[in-house]
Design a protein around this ligand. Structure first.
Ligand code: NAD
Length: 486
């Protein structure tokens, strides 16, 4: 049965749920190509009124000065609502971006955990008393910025939005979320968990729309901070727009992460890990291990193992619990992947598995693509250097540690990397040396909300998650109290 969405979905704008007055945005299910409905997006006039309402709420609601443990109460309630609504949130995410329902279920649990974590951090927030160097008392207070614009991508809308909304609110700010065009509906329903938790009016709004809406937000004088997750080129555009205003920004951008396998590794575990690192979520993950470096002595044997693991991946209907990956999130994304595979072939690459759409009536109308491995490419080819954000792995042999350490960093990005070896001292030292915000040794894609996350180089600026993930949404003020001497 075709999945249908209400064509009159309301948007939480400045404290009221109302119809968007912008363009109608058609919503397609990437698993079968059907149009699920259309969303009335926010108009530019609504962007303006929403920013005004958020500023009004920030100044007058008392949220910024509410004791942190009371702010935490709202967040705990929102986390509970996310859990209670898990089934519908997971279903919406799967219908909008084609992630398997199994993965979406996991991400709802994760989103609730993120909100709970920041509620707990908020509950135990402290200000600081500084060592005195004279007859005064010096305290450093941490204060919110004002109105934060949170701009998110389509690949993991629930967790990406939760990890911005929760710390920004916990820190005392008002938030305006601009979700991706592809995943607006699930983002609206996530926001409903916060507004239904009784959050004061106007503190959280959602503005669905395209780059015009994002652009209106980033260029507005009454936005006091930008927290962006998305592509590096979009990040660069936003950085240029906000630079003259000196407002704080967080940029979580793209990646082309290396996975390095040494000859002494547990090859079975490494083959499974390397395969999951790139093909999990159909490669549509910022930390996907998309460049594989294998020590030359084991290259052929190891690539046989990786191909065998890849062949086991069941591409299919994301609603089916036996599917490991669903379609690409959109037909445009599949075209992008196909274009890169074409470029890889043209550049002399050898496609050793995949490289095509799966065949069969069940795939005919969806944006499906087979997990693909390309070998024989030179490391400076486009496929090895540019973020594809799809299920394409490029594999290269290496001769020694120095060579692979050089190649691993020979990229504009620096988001993550994987190292597989039984020599933990060597792996640890290599991990210390490489330019990456997250390093995994003998594992991959383990993520904890308690550990800071972010990119080196063109993979981003600033960190989300962890205690500093909340402090990122605050500025400090040092106050000196004198008059102790007579
Ligand atoms: P994108 O950059 O195209 O869009 C991201 C968001 O920015 C969307 O909401 C979009 O509408 C908005 N946007 C586009 N142009 C804008 C503009 N000029 N001003 C303001 N907003 C604008 O990215 P995408 O295709 O949605 O997502 C894929 C990208 O996200 C990949 O590069 C991936 O690596 C990255 N990503 C990074 C992380 C991370 O944590 N580092 C996590 C997930 C995804």
């Amino acid at each position: 049965m075709t999945f249908k969405l209400d064509d009159n979905l309301l948007l939480p704008l400045g404290g009221n749920w109302i119809l968007g007055e912008g363009a109608d945005m058609p919503l397609f299910n990437p698993a079968d190509g059907t149009q699920m409905g259309s969303l009335k997006t926010a108009s530019l006039a609504q962007v303006e009124t929403t920013i005004n309402a958020a500023n009004e709420a920030f100044v007058n609601s008392g949220w910024a000065t509410l004791n942190p443990h009371l702010r935490a109460g709202y967040l705990f309630d929102a986390a509970n609502l996310i859990r209670q609504r898990a089934e519908s949130l997971a279903l919406l995410q799967t219908k909008e971006n084609g992630k398997t329902l199994t993965e979406s279920n996991g991400q709802v649990t994760s989103a609730a955990g993120i909100v709970r974590y920041f509620a707990a951090v908020c509950e135990s927030l402290t200000d600081d008393i500084n060592p005195a160097r004279g007859d005064y008392l010096s305290a450093t207070l941490h204060e919110p910025y004002g109105v934060v614009a949170a701009i998110t991508p389509w690949n993991s809308p629930l967790t990406m939005a939760a990890q911005k909304i929760a710390p920004a609110l916990a820190a005392g700010n008002a938030v305006i979320l601009k979700p991706s065009e592809l995943t607006s509906v699930v983002s609206l329903e996530l926001a409903r968990c916060f507004t239904d938790a009784g959050l004061p009016d106007g503190l959280l709004s959602v503005l669905p729309g395209g780059p015009d809406v994002g652009n209106a937000l980033t260029n507005h004088a009454d936005i006091h901070m930008i927290s962006f997750t998305g592509g590096t080129e979009t990040g660069r555009r936003i950085a240029k727009a906000v630079a003259p205003r000196f407002i704080p920004t967080i940029f979580e951008l793209g990646g082309k992460s290396p996975n390095i396998v040494f000859a002494d590794a547990d090859l079975e575990a490494a083959a499974k890990g390397v395969t999951a690192a790139i093909f999990g979520s159909g490669g549509q993950s910022c930390v996907a291990g998309s460049r594989l470096f294998v020590e030359a002595a084991i290259y052929d044997e190891f690539m046989d193992r990786v191909r065998k693991e890849t062949a086991k991946i069941n591409v299919g209907d994301p609603m089916d619990s036996t599917s490991n990956i669903g379609p690409m999130a959109s037909f445009a994304q599949r075209e992008r992947v196909e274009e890169y595979v074409r470029i890889g072939r043209e550049d002399g690459g050898k496609v050793t598995i995949g490289g095509a759409r799966p065949e069969g009536p069940e795939y005919e109308h969806g944006a499906y693509y087979l997990p693909t491995i390309i070998e024989n490419l030179s490391h400076n080819s486009r496929v090895c250097q540019e973020e594809i954000f799809g299920s394409v792995l490029c594999a290269l042999p290496f001769d020694d540690l120095e060579q692979v350490a050089g190649m691993a960093d020979e990229t504009a990005f620096g988001l993550a990397c994987g190292i597989w070896s039984k020599d933990i001292t060597m792996a640890w030292n290599l991990g210390r040396r490489l330019q990456a915000g997250s390093v995994w040794i003998n594992t991959y894609k383990q993520l904890s909300i308690a550990a800071p996350f972010g990119g080196y180089k063109e993979s981003g600026l600033g960190r989300e998650k962890g205690l500093q993930g909340l402090r990122a949404y605050q500025q400090s003020k040092s106050i000196y109290l004198g008059g102790f001497t007579s």
